[in-house]
Design a binder for this molecule. Structure first.
Ligand code: FAD
Ligand code: DLZ
Ligand code: SF4
Length: 508
């Protein structure tokens, strides 16, 4: 064996840079299920099962393709705990210390590989539309890194939904049409489900034994674990659900966790699907007149806009990004995030769905669990570790900028120019949660007041110095100042009482 070729659990792409640089005849591919990767946060059992099963399927495809693969299973007797440990072990077995790797999506692993007593060549990960160098060039010298401007560059670069140098339909962004609540629809298609094959069944048993105590329901397990099935999921979404994606993107329903979302992030982030092929399929549906422009544009913006932008931010900001805490929040993450009972129906639902599916869509993550954590002043690092653990699609390069940046404003305003906070009103408008809640969303004070209503003001007042001069928030401070003083006092004392109950571990 000449060299080792590292393929990580989220690098399951046949055109991976490390594979393109390798030599089938002489190099050995190393893939390893290891305790450190499965344990850096208490991952949801479905997430571990997805990663392990997809890894095993991918290894089989590589072998069928003529590669030599050294695959370590988590329960192999002589396996070590870490990726570097496995590379060293294989290196010793085969008499080489040369490694070809594709740059991992996490600073932790990048430095582990750099510090390893091996000769590691780390290739840039080009499974993205925008390279890190191109992102830096775009960002250099700008005062604000607005996603919208970045997105336009990506549209021009890819040519997606472009007519010459102009955006199709005359506008870059059709979000204006996209804020509709949804109602139950028995005819709405559901995401495709894939029955576990023998490999997945074996993985499920392993995960049950080793990670059965982690938060999250392992069975039933329906995610795709191969590229072929991920392509089926894409086709199903494009054919049956994409048309309503724009309209109902922000809607939340108790009986429908998935609505018109694609549930493709697990496959994209593992490398089973690529961002461009997904977007080209979406564009084709629009070109054929089968889906409206707001659906196609909105979807493409999430993938070549938000997703690429988040990655650029993560790598540009550096390894300390997950430790940032611009607002100085230090409250412990409440037990309700791990399923302890709560009377807040929105949170109860979002968490239960997360436990069962390892999935919640963007607005549930941002405006329910994220909004509450921000309003209540939870330590952003604990919030970050929660999101990294519980979602099927969570890898630090994409999770951290969403949590630390977009959701918790802990980066001080790099990702968002204002914090994503709202009172209960937003949740009432976009969901059916409030109709079934112990609290009254219309109550602004008193025993039944929706906690989001109380905490919203408490948050704004706590951080008045920072936000009062923000032009997008000034109006809220004027509203507060116009309230009569007795009412303001009641709001703040009710909020303080609520936070005290939360702190005391009561089921709020
Ligand atoms: P759809 O609604 O169908 O969207 C299509 C695709 O667009 C997604 O598959 C995803 O690849 C991309 N996308 C949409 N929004 C974003 C975004 N804000 N950032 C990056 N990509 C986006 N996404 C992850 O992939 N991994 C994470 O760990 C993650 N953590 C998040 C944490 C918080 C606090 C928040 C607010 C958002 C997070 N997101 C994360 C973004 C978003 O919620 C998910 O990408 C989306 O819910 C995935 O489900 P879907 O495939 O059904 O998405
Ligand atoms: C998420 C994950 C898990 C649960 N397990 C493994 C593993 O055993 N082996 C592996 O190579 N990768 C795993 N992964 C994915 C890695 O954590 C991921 O590659 C890094 O976080 C970089 O994004
Ligand atoms: Fe959530 Fe408040 Fe609505 Fe209850 S009333 S579901 S706590 S927003």
């Amino acid at each position: 064996v000449k060299r080792l070729v590292l393929v990580l659990g989220d690098q399951l792409s046949h055109a991976l840079p490390a594979l393109r640089a390798a030599d089938k005849a002489h190099d050995l591919i190393v893939m390893a299920e290891v305790g450190d990767e499965a344990g850096y946060v208490p991952h949801h059992p479905k997430k571990i099962a997805l990663v392990f099963s997809a890894m095993r399927h991918f290894a089989d495809e590589l072998i069928a393709d003529g590669w030599q693969v050294a695959y370590t299973r988590l329960d192999d007797a002589d396996a070590s705990r870490s990726i570097v440990g496995e590379l060293m072990r294989r290196g010793q077995e085969h008499g080489t210390s040369e490694v070809i790797a594709t740059r991992p999506g996490e600073w932790r692993l990048i430095s582990a590989l750099q510090d390893a007593p091996l000769s590691v060549t780390m290739l840039p990960d080009d499974r993205f539309v925008c390279s890190l160098e191109a992102f830096d060039t775009w960002a250099e010298g700008r005062k604000e890194l607005r996603m919208e401007w970045f997105y336009r560059e990506m549209r021009r670069k890819t040519g997606l939904m472009m007519e010459g140098d102009k955006p199709a339909g005359g506008k870059w962004n059709f979000d204006h049409d996209n804020r509709k609540p949804a109602s139950g629809d028995l005819l709405r298609a559901k995401p495709l489900r894939f029955a576990p094959d023998a490999i997945t069944a074996e993985v499920l048993d392993l995960v049950e034994t080793r990670f059965g105590d982690n938060f999250g329901t392992l069975r039933p397990f329906h995610y795709a674990v191969t590229r072929a099935d991920a392509l089926r999921a894409l086709d199903h979404f494009a054919t049956h659900l994409l048309a309503g994606f724009g309209d109902f993107q922000d809607a939340m329903l108790m009986q429908d966790p998935f609505l018109h979302h694609s549930i493709l992030s697990p496959y994209l982030n593992l490398g089973l699907l690529g961002p461009l092929e997904i977007c080209q399929r979406v564009e084709a549906e629009w070109q054929a007149g089968r889906v409206p422009i707001n659906a196609a544009e909105g979807y493409i913006r999430q993938v070549i806009g938000w997703r690429e932008y988040m990655r650029g931010i993560y790598f540009r900001e550096g390894p300390d990004y997950t430790a940032r805490n611009a607002l100085g929040h230090d409250r412990a993450l409440p037990a309700l995030y791990w399923g302890a009972p709560t009377r807040m129906n929105c949170l109860s639902h979002a968490v239960a769905q997360t436990r069962d599916e390892a999935y919640a869509h963007h607005i549930q993550r941002l405006m329910v669990t994220g909004n509450f954590a921000l309003l209540a002043g939870i330590d952003p690092h604990q919030v970050h570790e929660w999101y990294l653990a519980v979602y099927i699609d969570a890898y630090e390069w994409v999770e951290a900028p969403n949590t630390i940046g977009m959701s918790q404003f802990a980066d001080g305003g790099i990702v968002g120019s204002k914090p994503y906070v709202s009172s209960g009103n937003y949740i009432a408008k976009m969901s059916d949660y409030c109709s079934d809640c112990a609290y009254a969303v219309k109550d602004k004070t008193g025993a039944h007041a929706c906690p989001f209503n109380l905490l919203y003001w408490d948050f704004l007042i706590r951080h008045r110095d920072r936000f009062a001069r923000n032009p997008r928030m000034a109006q809220m401070y004027r509203t507060w100042d116009r309230m009569d003083e007795a009412r303001r006092d009641t709001v703040l004392s009710d909020a303080a009482a609520f936070l005290a109950r939360l702190e005391a571990g009561e089921a709020v």
